[in-house]
Write a protein that binds this ligand. Structure first.
Ligand code: FAD
Length: 411
């Protein structure tokens, strides 16, 4: 019998999970990847033994899909403490979940970033959301995160000093205009699990998925330019035909009909610096400037790795859009780090500008909104549901499952 030929475009998390599901069903998919390795938006460089991720991102350990497909132990996850240090005008305070880490009890109680009622609401929201099913969280009315927080009764002070800086760094926009569904999803994941990074950096996640594939063929440095029915065009003269195609990336450049409605994106930039010593001394995220600065958050990569390193490495993330040159940005970042956090003596290491970091979605969903594009083309990618590792992996799983159903019904 003719073996079903399946092509996957993209070796990001969604494409890799699609390949895993297809392999499990006996297929031998062929993956076309424009880049030179797996990972897509999850990439890491190693510099002097320190992993530098292309943009600060974390794995939330309670994501259902990462729990299903990843071996956390082999990733040697390094976990952040469940809280944040708030830096403003050279002063610092801490806020966190004392139920998960008792060292946060006193700083949180005495933090002036939030009133007593705010602190009580923070715990009530955690316990409310812990009880909610993920799909319930994504149903209901559409409103922004800011509207939701105000309706929940949070004060302007805690919104400005904690929620805005913390969630700006996650949503990669600084107005809390992201859907409250996404806010509740992320808050629930933070409340029930940890934020973590593999010891060797985030790219260990796609590398582990890649390592579990045995029969899938990969063509790296191979961009697909156009798709016509079942035919993929590597360039205008070279084409190859398949029974089915999974497009595991934004499909708008590939399918003529979609061109008028391209995906919109949030961007970000992460700068890395070396310095003699960490000024924090523990694996925790620092929120900078209460929303007034270009720098949104910092953490010491070396504090997270927790091994002895001769020098500390600081990760600095920018969310606000700006028009500064690289040199002017570095100067501004140094100024803000000194004024807000008292951090000085930095040597610039690297900077990563990610123009298309997270899809800017009006109404995020848990599962992909569209899976089957035509009888032979299936879609995957976080842009179909919500900008997260969980959504990317779920979309790959759904695309493969739907394709396999289609194969069954047409046999
Ligand atoms: C800076 C940053 C911070 C983030 N923070 C978090 C976070 O903290 N937590 C979280 O859960 N998520 C976070 N994310 C989101 C998460 O990384 C993404 O949701 C996920 O990686 C998307 O995977 P994907 O497979 O959908 O797409 P991608 O990773 O974009 O993969 C698509 C792949 O397709 C390839 N490709 C594209 N076009 C073609 C073509 N024509 N031919 C061949 N190949 C092609 C690309 O090269 C790429 O490898 C962050 C992302 C970024 C960039």
């Amino acid at each position: 019998m003719h073996k079903t030929e399946v092509a996957i475009i993209g070796a990001g998390l969604s494409g890799l999970v699609a390949a895993i599901c297809l392999e499990k069903a006996g297929c031998t998919p062929v993956v076309y990847e424009a880049g030179n390795e797996v990972g897509g938006r999850v990439r890491t460089d190693e510099v002097d033994g320190i992993p530098l991720d292309h943009g600060f991102q974390v794995l939330l350990t309670d994501y259902p899909l990462t729990r299903k497909y990843l071996d956390y132990e082999k990733l040697e996850l390094r976990r952040f403490l469940p809280g944040a240090i708030l830096f403003q005008n050279g002063k610092k305070g801490a806020i966190g979940d004392p139920l998960r880490n008792t060292s946060f009890l006193l700083p949180t109680l005495f933090s002036n970033a939030a009133g007593l009622m705010d602190k009580w609401r923070i715990f009530r929201l955690s316990s409310d959301l812990k009880k909610k099913e993920l799909r319930t969280i994504f149903s209901g009315v559409e409103e922004t995160t800011l509207q939701y927080l105000e309706k929940y009764g949070f004060s302007d002070r805690v919104i400005a000093r904690f929620f805005k800086p913390f969630f700006s760094g996650i949503f990669l926009e600084d107005e809390l205009s992201t859907s409250s569904k996404m806010f509740r999803f992320v808050y629930k994941m933070f409340a029930s699990g940890d934020a973590a990074i593999p010891k060797k950096g985030m790219q260990e996640i796609p590398k582990q998925l890649f390592g579990s594939l045995q029969h899938t063929k990969f063509h790296f440095n191979t961009r697909i330019h156009r798709i016509d029915g079942k035919t993929l065009y590597l360039d205008e003269d070279k084409s190859v035909a398949y029974d089915y195609v999974i497009i595991a990336t934004d499909p708008t450049p590939l399918l003529q009909e979609l061109k008028p409605s391209p995906v919109r994106w949030h961007s970000t930039q992460t700068l890395y610096f070396k310095c003699a010593k960490s000024t924090i001394g523990k694996p925790i995220i620092g929120l900078v400037g209460g929303g007034e600065t270009l720098v949104n958050n910092i953490h010491y990569v070396t504090d997270l790795l927790s091994a002895k390193h001769p020098e500390a490495v600081l990760s600095v993330t920018i969310v606000k859009s700006h028009t500064l040159t690289d040199a002017a940005l570095e100067k501004q970042v140094r100024k803000e780090l000194l004024e807000e956090c008292g951090i000085d003596g930095l040597t610039f290491l690297r900077s990563y500008k990610i123009a298309k970091a997270l899809p800017n979605l009006q109404s995020p969903t848990y599962d992909s909104r569209i899976i089957k594009y035509s009888d032979s083309i299936f879609l995957a990618g976080d842009h179909l549901a919500n900008g997260s590792i969980n959504a990317a992996m779920r979309s790959g799983e759904l695309a493969a499952q739907t394709l396999l159903e289609e194969v069954k019904t047409t046999r």
